[in-house]
Write a protein that binds this ligand. Sequence first.
Ligand code: SAH
Length: 528
Amino acid sequence: MKGKLVVVGFGPGSAEHITERAKEALRESDCIIGYKTYVDLIAEFIEGKEIISTGMSEEVSRAQAAVKLAEEGKTVAVISSGDAGVYGMAGLVYEVLVEQGWKEAEGVGVEIVPGISAINSCASLLGAPVMHDACTISLSDHLTPWELIAKRIDAAGAADFVIALYNPKSGRRTRQIVEAQRILLKHRSPDTPVGLVKSAYREREQVVITDLKNMLDHDIGMLTTVIIGNSTTFLYDNKMITPRGYQRKYTLTSEKQPLRPHERLKPKNEPWALHGGQEEKTDLYKLGMQALRLLDGQEKQEASRPLFKQKIESIFEVAVSPGVANKMFSAEQLLVLSKAAGEKGSIEYTPHHQVILRVPTEDPELITASLQDAGFLLSPIGDVVTVKACDFCDGEKKDAIPYAEQLHEKFDGLDMPKELKIGLNGCGMACYGAVKDDIGIVFRKGKFDLFLGAKTVGRTAHAGQPVAEGVEPEALVPLLEEIIAEYKEKGHPNERFFKYFKRVKKIQNFDYRDMEPKINLEPAPCGD
Ligand code: SAH
């Protein structure tokens, strides 16, 4: 009968955080081998078992004893706190086996049972400090040269990793954590958040949130894990939080507006990625660019740029137009616009005839001020109301212009469940397509016709349904106010206006009528 070795990581130390398989493996074992403190921690799961507990630095003899017992035909559990494969017993057990020429096919059975490591359990008590690229570094130089440990701290610091320091300090090893702090201060700001977690999920648990400068003023010991934030980690309500990425987008309305899932992965929305915001380039193009960079010596410059200044960069986005009715950009305005975009920004022309400026900046006011000085009208973008008007035949049919301006002032930029386009056209020709907008308004003989619920995209696109004719000018704004307020309140997040109309069947006093073309079309989602 061949025996078996199960190397069990039992998590931070509480019964709730040990896995089912770990408990089961302990039950199946004849014999439990581990460091005394750990044996005590899991006492309730190993009652009645043969127990071999040894001192702290006797890992090798523990592993040897385990292998010997397994060879005698026993099932032996070797226990580690956290995960057995993270500074635990798993590697040592394999090392002893390898020494003996063990092969999986003929030798004793081996199973490594995963557990929650300190980086995870401690992070959970601090908030969400890990989140992004992180590494663990053990400060124990008993078996590893300090020079190598120092090199790793330095490299992790420079590369802006979140760092979990294991074995930070013991009775005899007290200088290592001081050195670690010194090295990290070369790369990170003194106010970088630092979390100290002692005995996570155990009886004497202690959680301290401090910073890189002051971390040594607190108790750090053998049972502490030190988690050091990256350059973007922040504190909120005594929680340590590392954002998921280094970039954010926002528009004129104060709320940060993350992109919709399908927009997020488009190259143009990720100017910071390896592709540089461009669609995939041909190999020839890449080769050419590489050659140019080499000639320029840019390659070298980039490599030596300090990496630790990677603060979260915000991309400000705003729709820019020459006016509600005015469709003409002056040469002067285009110059101002291109200056605002600079080298890092972009200017996009959208299917909705919008010109959108995107620019990385922490100071959008500087940009908005220069654009406004140049006579631009600025509008937020995202799930907001956009008021579009026609050019009123270059001002010849100008009676409705004041109404368009009034609507713009009143409604443009209001937050909505989904983007809501209001189109106002100055005569019955409606050549700027008001009837194809979510809400269409057509000026005719001093009064307004109203169209609701156009389906503006897709193969079953259709115009809005005419719901009212001859609305008096004074009644227009109050009516729109009510329609917009209703949609804002009752529309589901992400529900387009036409879908909302179709679902509720009545907006204000207007009944829904099915405008969809009656043809059978296979569903064809984006990309098909
Ligand atoms: N295998 C373990 C690590 C063993 S090294 C794991 O995966 O978690 C020992 C170090 O782990 C300690 O010095 C401490 O830094 C960390 N550690 C282990 N358990 C911990 C706990 N409950 N709370 C805080 N730190 C812990």
